[in-house]
Design a protein around this ligand. Structure first.
Ligand SMILES: *Cc1c(COP(=O)(O)O)cnc(C)c1O
Length: 424
């Protein structure tokens, strides 16, 4: 199956007489005839459902679809993108360990890694996404367990040189974890370029309709956890599972099996089956929507670039963009629907522009079917003055525009009239 067909068909194959549409299995528990059989399930000697915190048929079908889209060996849904990134790292890092992360990542993930993981004893060295191979290797320590980065960073829209990061990670015996939320597997499949683990906030394009917060971890299945002694959690017996060794018992799916049976068991954060169902509806049209998001964003970016009220435009699909060549290499069919740009006249003009929009809504969200905008300086970062904003990499005139799938002429008309009103 080609990827577009997988969006529609993968993950759930009903047998004769079964529901055509993926059912919502709204049940916490599963019934068995004997306690002996249930015992075998608990010991992981037999596979089967016993409690939805560990596995649920609706969730599993949707996870299987996403694994197929990314080209991985297995996947696990989580209740949010935050939980996905936390579990992805925590599955192989514990107190006393270290990771190397790109500094150009989502604010929530930056906090997770820089503050909360630090409290758990996991240290991080943040590097520029543009760091050279040598600089990346220089950030590695004896206790480094993984590299982390975003394929297209939110909100700065830096495009990751996946092969460079993967090589630096692999030459140091550790895997590369990539958050692929913005391009989605329709535009970029990081495993094809050497990434080992892929995560998503499915809240964004995958769901696509802003209905359900969710996340997913996908295991590429190619990283050799036994090549060194850095990953004892995978290569030595797990006492909490009667001495099972994940790499021995589950081979290429060792990482994702451990994430499910150990982390999800102990920490929770399972996706609700109802949300998995809604996510699946979104996935069925993902390839259609992503294509439209990208073609609309390309036209809007080109329009903005020519407008005399606009001081700068950042979109990796524009030929003058710093990341244009990397984007062409890793995502030749398009990047994403998010653009950032500056309005001449600073904070005041930007606010006036925002308040004059009619079709584009002001929301704290990106990447859903409806066009939306955010002005960080007057909302998420409003406590900062202009100098502090600049230090945070957020100019007072910066507007983050998430281009939806509406008719692009309507989107451009709305932006045009709002830019006119923003003129002093
Ligand atoms: C939104 C986002 C997250 C966090 O996901 P939630 O679903 O909001 O928890 C992580 N990474 C990226 C790139 C995001 O855009």
């Amino acid at each position: 199956m080609k990827i577009n067909t997988k969006c529609v068909q993968a993950g759930y194959t009903p047998k004769n007489g079964e529901p055509r549409v993926l059912p919502i299995i709204q049940s916490t528990t599963y019934k068995y005839e004997s306690s002996e059989q249930m015992g075998r399930l608990f010991d992981l000697e037999e596979s089967g459902y016993f409690y939805t915190r560990l596995q649920n048929p609706t969730n599993d079908a949707v996870a299987a679809k996403i694994a197929a889209l990314e080209g991985g060996v297995g996947a696990m849904l989580t209740s949010s993108g935050q939980a996905a990134n936390f579990f992805a790292i925590f599955n192989i890092c514990s107190a006393g360990d270290h990771l190397v992360s790109s500094a150009a990542i989502y604010g929530g993930t930056f906090n997770l890694i820089g503050v909360t993981l630090k409290k758990l004893g996991i240290d991080c060295t943040f590097v520029s996404p543009d760091a050279t191979y040598e600089e990346l290797c220089a950030a590695v320590k004896d206790n480094t367990k993984c590299f982390f980065a975003e394929t297209i960073s939110n909100p700065s829209l830096d495009v990751l040189d996946i092969e460079k990061f993967a090589k630096a990670a692999h030459d140091n015996g550790v895997p590369l974890i990539v958050d692929n939320t913005f391009p989605t597997p329709i535009n970029c499949r990081p495993f094809e370029f050497g990434a080992d683990i892929v995560t998503h906030s499915t809240t964004k394009y995958m769901d696509g309709h802003a209905t359900s917060v969710g996340g997913v971890i996908v295991d590429g299945g190619k990283f050799d956890w036994t090549q060194n002694d850095k990953f004892p959690g995978l290569t030595t017996p797990d006492d909490s599972y009667h001495g099972i060794t994940y790499t021995d018992s589950f081979g290429s799916a060792a990482y994702i099996t451990k994430a499910t049976t150990q982390l999800m068991r102990d920490l929770g954060s399972i996706a609700a089956p109802q949300n998995a169902f809604l996510l699946n509806l979104g996935l069925e049209t993902l390839f259609l929507r992503v294509e439209r998001h990208c073609s609309n964003a390309q036209k809007v970016a080109e329009f903005l670039e020519k407008n005399d009220m606009v001081s700068w435009v950042n979109y990796p699909g524009l030929p003058g963009n710093k990341y244009y060549d990397l984007a062409k290499k890793y995502m030749p069919n398009g990047t994403c629907g998010v653009i950032s740009f500056g309005v001449k006249g600073g904070r005041e003009a930007a606010t006036k522009f925002m308040d004059s929009l009619k079709l584009a809504a002001i929301v704290t969200h990106v990447a859903d079917a409806r066009t939306c905008v955010l002005h960080p300086a007057s909302t998420t970062h409003r406590q900062l003055n202009d100098e502090q904003l600049e230090a945070a990499g957020v100019n007072s005139d910066l507007i983050r525009l998430s281009v939806g799938i509406e008719d692009v002429e309507d989107i451009i008309e709305d932006i045009q009239q709002a830019l006119e009103k923003a003129k002093a």
